[in-house]
Design a protein around this ligand. Structure first.
Ligand code: TRP
Length: 332
């Protein structure tokens, strides 16, 4: 049964690479916390991922591994709807419709489009351009109230609101107007070797992956960039590396920053790096072990995503047909 009394949350993560400590502390962990208070729908957005050329075998493996990691992190398929975007065709269908209510100029102003078309100058395809329209369809199909995203996706959620308001203005109350739900600061994990940048899979030595082996995590923290101030303080401007280590420590232990600072007061950077490395190893160990166990049980994972797609489809179809009717399409 869908519980309609709770507010609904929708969020998506691309299966474009391996999940990182950044995606865990910045997104997935928050998703698990929201599961009781909200009616949550979480999606692996594979349609978005093909805006950049993918290797099919890798994409298939990553989607499965990502689902296993979600579950290992505590996303509960009994509480939340977990599904894969391409399994629910309503996403692509509503996306076409919404595209007819989105202006070329609006999409041209999207920061991410501008960045990605620079980075992939040899493949500036139409999907890259209409990416935010598909994202709007994702959100609006489920009548989501809240959309947990990183700051970089806020502009897309705002465009989604504009599209929904425009559509509702013409056709009546079809879509719930969603709000971006940006997690509190401190959850932003920076690269270990370029601490002024966000932790990114494109820089594997500065990035901890959820499935990294303990010895790899240890090495990455050992080599983490610090500074020459030689004292441990939280000051992201002046000491980005040390501050990043401290905030990872706080996120992993649940300690408040003043307590962490008191604990490390007077210690050397070497100690800080190994302490943070250790706590990250212990945080990720059960997730890696559970993921490995789940990946051996393919039938169980398939059952999760099939059931998820059925539950998602029921909601999505209702919204899509409502829009069809308002647009003047003949009933099927
Ligand atoms: N564009 C998002 C990102 O790259 C992923 C995404 C796709 C998404 N559809 C969504 C996030 C809907 C929230 C809601 O991070």
């Amino acid at each position: 049964m869908e519980n309609t009394a709770k507010k609904r949350i929708f969020s998506g993560i691309q299966p474009s690479g391996e999940l990182t400590l950044g995606s865990y502390m910045g997104a997935i962990r928050n998703w698990t916390v929201l599961q009781d208070a909200y009616d949550c729908v979480y999606c692996i957005v594979d349609l978005h991922t093909i805006t950049v050329r993918q290797n099919p075998a890798d994409l298939r493996r990553r989607c499965m591994a990502q689902l296993a990691q979600y579950v290992a992190c505590g996303l509960d398929p009994e509480k939340s709807i977990l599904f894969i975007q391409s399994h629910v065709p309503e996403h692509a269908e509503l996306s076409w419709i919404l595209g007819c209510y989105t202006q070329f100029g609006e999409l041209s102003r999207m920061t991410q489009f501008k960045q990605k078309s620079q980075r992939h100058a040899d493949n500036i395809n139409a999907g890259l351009f209409t990416y935010p329209v598909l994202m709007a369809a994702d959100i609006l199909l489920y009548q989501a109230d809240l959309v947990p995203v990183g700051a970089d996706q806020k502009q897309h959620v705002e465009l989604c609101r504009d599209i929904a308001l425009r559509f509702n203005h013409i056709y009546g109350d079809i879509f719930t107007i969603p709000e971006p739900f940006i997690p509190e600061i401190g959850a932003r994990v920076m690269s270990l070797n370029h601490p002024e940048d966000k932790m990114s899979k494109s820089d594997p030595e500065g990035c901890v992956f959820l499935l990294d082996k303990p010895e790899d995590i240890k090495r990455k923290f050992k080599r983490a960039v610090t500074d020459s101030e030689a004292h441990i303080d939280y000051n992201p401007e002046k000491q980005p590396g040390v501050s990043n280590l401290l905030s990872i420590y706080c996120a992993a232990t649940g300690k408040a920053m003043p307590d962490a600072l008191a604990q490390f007061d007077g210690q050397g950077y070497g100690n800080l790096k190994s302490a943070v490395g250790e706590i990250v190893i212990e945080t990720l160990r059960p997730i890696r072990e559970e993921t490995e166990r789940l990946l051996k049980d393919k039938a169980y994972l398939e059952n999760i995503y099939k059931t998820g797609a059925e539950r998602a489809s029921r909601i999505a179809r209702r919204t899509l047909l409502k829009a069809h009717k308002k647009l003047g399409f003949l009933p099927r």
